[in-house]
Design a protein. Structure first.
Length: 105
């Protein structure tokens, strides 16, 4: 006959405490990831920089008239001449963040 050994088991209270700790860690990590993704999307300027590159190309080939003003999504875009350079500037409507590119003629 085989002798059955007692296996230590956790109590219901220990199980609940462990579950609560795991849920709290999951919630905190999900809030952090959500914040990280929102900031990444909010501060992404690739599209407006691509649009400014297109405007640079068009101005170099005399396809747009300077001074030039336009809007692109949430950005206000302006192209002006300052002494011997052309200034391409994009300003975000809400955050007032500015991207400025200067090209010498």
């Amino acid at each position: 006959m085989v002798v059955l050994k007692k296996i230590k088991a956790s109590t219901l209270m220990e199980t609940l405490v462990a579950t609560v700790i795991i849920v709290l860690i999951f919630m905190i990590s999900s809030f952090l990831l959500n914040s990280l993704f929102n900031n990444t999307i909010k501060h992404d300027t690739n599209q407006v920089q691509t649009h400014l590159s297109e405007l640079i190309y068009l101005s170099e080939h005399a396809q747009i008239k300077i001074p030039y003003d336009d809007t692109f999504k949430d950005w206000i875009i302006s192209v002006d001449r300052e002494s011997k350079k052309v200034v391409f500037e994009a300003t975000h409507k809400e955050s007032k963040r500015t991207i400025r590119i200067e090209r010498y003629e």
